[in-house]
Design a binder for this molecule. Sequence first.
Ligand SMILES: [Zn+2]
Ligand SMILES: [Zn+2]
Length: 186
Amino acid sequence: MGRPGYVTVPILSVLAAIGYVYYTTVFLAIPAWLGLTTAAGVANAAAFTALAAACVATYAVAVLRDPGRVPASFVPDVEDAESPIHEIKRKGGDLRYCQKCSHYKPPRAHHCRVCKRCVLRMDHHCIWINNCVGHENYKVFLIFVLYAVIACFYSMGVPCICLKMSNQAVILLEHLLLFAGFFCVL
Ligand SMILES: [Zn+2]
Ligand SMILES: [Zn+2]
């Protein structure tokens, strides 16, 4: 079964938001605070560029990486005394079987209606990466969120420092609304 696609409105929105925040921070906020000709200004711009690059890289991996496919060869070994039968079985005692994929489900695997297949250790289907958050991309997704939170605080911190300049207040307000909206729907 194939993925629903990589070019979706939420994915393009996230990339546009990263681009917008990067532009306003590096080309408007930092120049107004330190100037881009000073060593401190260049150091801040370079640090934020590295952070933005890390954000885009981890985001790309979270979008592109397979969240965890159930191996076609997976068969619950009910004869093996050491296998965790109590996990493979439902409370009622039946083996966990996916009717749509026509195979047995390992413990903590769930069927995703959007991806149209079972995903190992599925957490949830995230529209912002148009992918499931599962066994293979859970860590990189958390790292992306961590980088994004650090970038949020930094990109709002700089306009806060020099609020006396009118365009900084506008940048701060725009970033605040953008991040609030983003984290509300995450
Ligand atoms: Zn399934
Ligand atoms: Zn999914």
